[in-house]
Design a protein around this ligand. Structure first.
Ligand SMILES: Nc1nc2c(c(=O)[nH]1)N[C@H]1C(S)=C(S)[C@@H](COP(=O)(O)O)O[C@H]1N2
Ligand SMILES: [Mo]
Length: 565
């Protein structure tokens, strides 16, 4: 039967492209099944999600910060898309390699698949909260991918049962020709599917023989299964993440801020809205998925060097006294003029209430917040307790926290960059010292004390399109949350004198302020530049010294170049 000459003759029927396809399909099949399984059980354990989150983590390493900044600049809010694409390309290349290696021996191809899955498995095992069951989706992915590889390779070699296809089944019928590399040569020459000795028990009708068509049909079926499973996984995760509605508590009387002043963006389109709608609010975190945390099983544990450790459930939190505050959140990764800043109305319990109950001991200098997945953020204890109003939030702009922004509970602390304050999906607050405990970003050499740097941003005009020089309006937002709020905004045209802009209504010192400047004279056609800077509540003018986001936030003046037609 399988004589050496047959093997030699069969080899050309197995071209490289077929094996590249086999590698891709096998990998896709494994990934699809794993996505489905993970969605049913714990979305963050999907190997794709684990790998993606790890890549984002590497992207926030101090030494990788320039790459991340570059990605943010190039891709804006799509920097995650960029990282996802990198992961996808890496997986794709390895899948091709697995296929090509399998052309020599499927076992060797399987070894490449094992190496591939080793990456997310390592990420999961070394992750902050690891349970053995977290490996199930990855192991299923591996088993499914190896099985698919074995089967497709068998079809290509003619040693495995093909899918039963009507028309090629039935012992009485002549076995149909299978595709061959040599035109005119019929695979029936080399193998007989009627031979009972080679006919598999479970698939009595299966045709046999090196079959490129068999591989293609099987690949199509496996791909379809993978796409359906992966799609179902996405759907289930999305459905799970939509499901939960909470009864939003009311802020205590007197703890609701006054109505916001007039929103300048209504009169001067192009300026950022005074309050950013939840759907438009910037999102920065280490995750590629949207974490699904269940409010019913959520608990918050307060521990560490405190006199009184305790835990509360979500219902217990809802019974506490709530306040509502307008606070502008800013990311340390925000570049000068960037968009990682947003203003919202937050509904939460003052953290001081919990601190008073826990009674941290002398010597505590850090509050280490941990999220549902073990990611940590450290806040300097002295800044936390200097009178600023830190909140444990459940509401944002009158709605429950969106999943993306930390549902069911997150921390918001005015004046400090989000990476040292604004823990989303928070489950633990540990009072400790910087000496004893490091947080996610300080392990990556970012600063531990990172007050938000005062800054003015020009929202309009935009530099891209040429501008009509008559009655040009320059406008934007400015903030100085750590430094007493916005006192003035000044604008400079074409390197001339700094002139005062008109400010929008004052919300509070930790909220941004809209501003605009009506250019008095028509501008000549040609290139122009406009800059804006803020003067903070202490009378200090925003520095023009340039700094990159790493390690403590960007500085420098936002300058916009534009053309007048
Ligand atoms: N659990 C968790 N919380 C997190 C982060 C994170 O990666 N994980 N990122 C922080 C950073 S860097 C910022 S700037 C803010 C952003 O909050 P937002 O996404 O709601 O705008 O969340 C903070 N909280
Ligand atoms: Mo951030």
């Amino acid at each position: 039967m399988a004589s050496p000459s047959r093997a030699r003759r069969a080899a050309p029927t197995r071209p490289r492209w077929l094996y590249a396809l086999i590698g891709l399909v096998s990998t896709l099949f494994g990934v699809g099944l794993a996505q489905l399984l993970a969605s049913l059980f714990k979305p963050s354990t999907s190997p794709v999600s684990a790998l993606g989150t790890w890549v984002v983590g590497v992207g926030t390493e101090g030494f990788m910060a320039p790459v991340k900044d570059w990605a943010i600049e190039q891709f804006g809010e799509n920097d995650k898309l960029f990282l996802q694409a990198n992961v996808a390309v890496g997986v794709l290349v390895l899948a091709l390699v697995a296929g090509l290696v399998a052309r020599r021996s499927w076992q060797a191809g399987a070894v490449v698949l094992v190496l591939m899955i080793a990456a997310p498995v390592l990420v999961l095992i070394t992750g902050p909260v690891f349970g053995v069951l977290d490996l199930v989706p990855s192991l299923v992915a591996l088993v499914a991918a190896v099985a698919a590889l074995w089967w497709l390779d068998g079809l290509a070699r003619g040693t495995a049962p093909a899918m039963s296809v009507p028309g090629r089944t039935g012992g009485s019928e002549k076995p149909r020709a299978v595709l061959s590399d040599t035109p005119g040569k019929d695979a029936r020459d080399t193998v007989s599917s009627d031979d009972p000795a080679t006919r598999p028990e479970r698939e009595p009708d299966a045709a046999r023989g090196p079959s490129r068509r068999g591989v293609l049909v099987a690949s199509a079926v496996l791909t379809a299964v993978a796409v359906v499973a992966g799609g179902a996984g996405r759907f289930i995760t999305a459905a799970k993440s939509k499901a939960q509605k909470i009864a939003l508590p009311q802020a205590a009387s007197g703890e609701v801020p006054a109505a916001l002043p007039a929103d300048l963006s209504k009169t001067y389109p192009g300026i950022s809205p005074l309050q950013v709608p939840n759907a438009d609010f910037y999102r920065v975190d280490t995750r590629l998925d949207v974490p699904v945390v269940d409010a019913d099983t959520w608990t918050l544990t307060i521990d560490g060097d405190v006199e009184n450790e305790f835990s509360i459930t979500f219902d217990e939190l809802l019974e506490m006294e709530f306040v509502e505050r307008d606070i502008t959140l800013t990311c340390v990764s925000n570049t000068v003029g960037g968009k990682y800043v947003g203003a919202a109305r937050w509904l939460g319990v003052p953290l001081q209430t919990l601190i008073d109950r826990a009674k941290p001991r002398d010597g505590v200098d850090q509050m280490l917040a941990t999220d549902f997945d073990g990611m940590t953020i450290g806040t300097p204890y002295d800044l936390l307790t200097d009178g600023r109003e830190a909140l444990l939030c459940v509401g944002m702009n009158g709605e429950q926290l969106p999943r993306e922004h930390g549902f069911p509970v997150r921390v918001v602390i005015p004046g400090l960059y989000g990476f040292i304050s604004a823990t989303k999906w928070v489950t633990r607050l540990t009072f400790t010292t910087y000496k004893d405990r490091e947080s996610y970003w300080t392990e990556r050499d970012w600063d531990t004390r990172a007050p938000i740097k005062p800054s003015a941003r020009i929202d309009t005009p935009r530099s891209a399109q040429p501008i009509d020089g008559k009655e040009l309006l320059v406008g934007g937002v400015a903030w100085a949350q750590f430094d007493g709020g916005v006192n003035k905004v000044q604008v400079q045209l074409d390197g001339g004198p700094w002139t005062e802009a008109t400010l929008g209504g004052d919300v509070n010192a930790v909220y941004w302020r809209q501003w605009y400047f009506q250019v008095p004279d028509a501008l000549e056609p040609g290139s122009h530049s406009v800059s804006a800077r803020v003067v903070d509540g202490n009378g200090k003018v925003q520095t023009d010294v340039r700094a990159q986001p790493y390690p403590g936030g960007a500085s420098g003046i936002h300058t916009l170049l534009f053309r007048v037609e």
